[in-house]
Design a protein. Structure first.
Length: 161
């Protein structure tokens, strides 16, 4: 009987120790689970920050491209130096302007003074009355049908290089 009692006590002690170990293991698992949840939150925050930084970088690149496009020069917007004749015709103080500005001013002058050919708007005439200024500025012939496109060619002659 004592032997049985001892066995029962021993088993009871083993059960208590096992329960104690199980409780410790359960507590350890809970603690690790909490740590994992915290790490998961940190990971999610990091992923969100990375996404946000990528979006910011993408937007910044787009903005830089737009700025570069606005700042870039092409053949019509690059500053050019013009001759004294053309400068006097355009009535500008500066020695530099753009091809586009020169073209617009000359074309406006032609339209305002009714120099366009009525039958074909691609051509214009220079008459003695109001075309002398234009003739002197662009070296064109009086009373001759000049092409609007010849203006661009003649503008080149009045650019100081």
């Amino acid at each position: 009987m004592t032997n049985k009692k001892n066995k029962i006590n021993s088993l009871s002690n083993n059960i208590k120790e096992t329960e104690k170990e199980c409780n410790e293991f359960r507590n350890l698992v809970k603690q690790k689970f909490k740590e994992l949840n915290e790490l998961k939150k940190v990971w999610k925050n990091s992923v969100n920050k990375i996404k946000e930084l990528k979006d910011n970088l993408k937007n910044e690149k787009k903005n830089n491209i737009k700025k570069k496009r606005k700042e870039s020069f092409n053949g019509f917007t690059i500053p050019i130096k013009v001759s004294k004749k053309l400068k006097d015709f355009l009535k500008i103080d500066s020695d530099t302007t753009t091809r586009n500005y020169v073209w617009k001013k000359i074309y406006k002058y032609i339209k305002d003074n009714n120099l366009l050919d009525d039958s074909d708007k691609r051509y214009f005439f220079i008459n003695n009355k109001c075309g002398n200024l234009l003739k002197n500025a662009l070296d064109l012939d009086i009373n001759y049908k000049n092409s609007i496109y010849s203006i661009r060619k003649n503008i080149e002659k009045n650019i100081v290089k």
